[in-house]
Design a protein. Structure first.
Length: 376
C-alpha cells in the first residue's frame, strides 16, 4: 500500500477520466462516489455494509463533528477512522458550507466566520487555521480548504468578492495544513457561473498548489443546465494530473453528466437520505415505495440488482416496512440506493476504460426513459 497520496490517471474517453487515488489507507477508484457520513455514521448503515456496496471512501462533515462530539474528543479516542470503525480513506469538508447553511447568528469577516451552534446555541469561530486543525484532529485523509460559497443567483461583484476571499483563505489553509505526508489538501474553485471568475479562481489555486481540486459553489440551486454549463469549461482550467472533485452532487443523471465533463469524485446525501423517505433509485429512475401500487407486488425493486434489499425482499415488503415506519425500511432502501450508485460508478469506470462512455451514457438515458416496470 502506498505511503504517499497520489493520483494515477488510467484512461480517458472524451473528457471523462478513470484512475486511482492511492492513500496509506487504501485506494480510491475514480470516478468515485463518496457516501456521506455526516455525524460519524452513514445513517441506517453499518460501515461494513457501506463497504459491501463498493464504496472506497466516505465523507465526514467537519461542522457537525466539531460541535458534537467535538474534534478533540474524537482525536483523544484515536481519530475518526477508529471512532466510526471505517479504516479506509475519509474526506472531510471544511465546515464552511454548513456553517453558512445551518448555523445561526453568522458573522463573516476576513479572519473567518463566527456563529452559534444549531444544536445548543454555543458560540464558535472557524477560520482557515481552525478548520485545518479540526480536520487534522479528525485524522482526515483528504482535507478541504476553508472557503465561502455565496448562494446563487448572485451578481458578479458579489461572487467575485466572495471568490477572492476564498482564495486568500485557500492560501492560509495551505500554510496551516503544513507538511503531512500521506494526507492531501484540496483547493476549492469558486466563481459561480461566470467563466472569467472560474478561470481566475483556478489560476489562484494552481499558484498555491494542491494535491487535488474541487469545483465548489455548484449544486446550490442553479439547476442542472447551469451546472453543466460551468462543467463544460471549469474542469479544463484544472491540472490534468490531479483529482477533480464536484462537491454535493447529485442525482444519477447529474453524476453521469459530471463524469462526462471530466469530474473524478462526487458526494451527496441523496441516496442515503432518500432511502429514509421510501425512495429507491434504479436503472429506471426513482421509485416511491410508499405508493399503493407496490402493496401486492412480489417482485424485487430491481431484478438486476445484487443488493440484499433486491435479492431477499419484495416490493410488497419494502412498501409495508416503509409505510409502517419500520427501521428496516430505511436500512434496506439506503443499502439499495448506495449499491445502485456504486454500480453506476463501476459501470462508468468500465465504460471509460473500454472507450465506450458515449454508449454507456446513451443506455443510461434509454433505461431511465422507459420508466419503472409496469404494475402487475
Ligand atoms: Zn438493490
Amino acid at each position: 500500500m502506498s505511503q504517499r497520496f497520489s493520483f494515477e490517471l488510467h484512461s480517458t474517453d472524451g473528457a471523462a477520466r478513470s484512475g486511482v487515488i492511492q492513500t496509506p489507507r487504501g485506494e480510491v477508484r475514480t470516478p468515485a462516489f463518496m457516501p456521506v457520513g455526516t455525524a460519524a455514521t452513514v445513517k441506517a448503515m453499518m460501515p461494513e455494509s457501506v463497504r459491501a456496496t463498493g464504496a472506497d471512501i466516505l465523507l465526514g462533515n467537519t461542522y457537525h463533528l466539531m460541535l458534537r462530539p467535538t474534534a478533540e474528543r474524537i482525536h483523544d479516542l484515536g481519530g475518526l477512522h477508529k471512532f466510526m470503525n471505517w479504516e479506509r480513506p475519509i474526506l472531510t469538508d471544511s465546515g464552511g458550507f454548513q456553517v453558512m447553511s445551518l448555523a445561526s447568528l453568522r458573522k463573516l469577516t476576513e479572519e473567518g466566520v463566527k456563529f452559534s451552534s444549531h444544536i445548543d446555541g454555543s458560540k464558535h469561530m472557524v477560520t482557515p487555521e481552525r478548520s485545518m486543525e479540526i480536520q487534522r484532529l479528525l485524522g482526515s485523509d483528504i482535507v478541504m480548504c476553508f472557503d465561502e460559497c455565496p448562494a446563487l443567483p448572485a451578481d458578479d461583484a458579489t461572487v467575485a468578492k466572495s471568490m477572492q476571499l476564498s482564495m486568500r483563505w485557500a492560501r492560509r489553509s495551505r500554510e496551516a495544513f503544513g507538511d503531512r505526508p500521506g494526507h492531501a489538501l484540496f483547493g476549492i474553485m469558486q466563481g459561480g457561473v461566470t467563466r472569467d471568475l472560474r478561470e481566475e479562481s483556478a489560476k489562484a489555486l494552481i499558484d498555491i498548489g494542491f494535491e487535488g481540486y474541487a469545483v465548489g459553489g455548484l449544486a446550490v440551486g442553479e439547476g442542472q443546465e447551469a451546472m453543466f454549463g460551468v462543467l463544460d469549461y471549469a474542469p479544463g482550467f484544472l491540472p490534468e494530473d490531479k483529482p477533480r472533485y464536484l462537491m454535493g452532487v447529485g442525482k444519477p443523471d447529474d453524476i453521469v453528466g459530471a463524469v462526462k465533463r471530466g469530474i473524478d469524485m462526487m458526494d451527496c446525501v441523496l441516496p442515503s437520505r432518500s432511502g429514509r423517505t421510501g425512495q429507491g433509485w434504479t436503472r429506471h429512475g426513482s421509485v416511491n415505495l410508499r405508493n399503493a401500487r407496490h402493496k401486492d407486488d412480489p417482485r424485487p425493486l430491481d431484478e438486476a440488482c445484487g443488493c440484499p434489499a433486491c435479492r431477499n425482499y419484495s416490493r410488497a415488503y419494502l412498501h409495508h416496512v416503509v409505510r409502517s415506519d419500520e427501521i428496516i425500511g430505511s436500512m434496506l432502501l439506503t443499502w439499495h440506493n448506495l449499491h445502485y450508485y456504486q454500480d453506476l460508478m463501476q459501470g462508468m469506470r468500465d465504460a471509460i476504460s473500454a472507450g465506450r462512455f458515449a454508449e454507456f451514457e446513451a443506455e443510461f438515458h434509454a433505461k431511465r426513459a422507459e420508466g419503472d416496470i409496469a404494475p402487475l
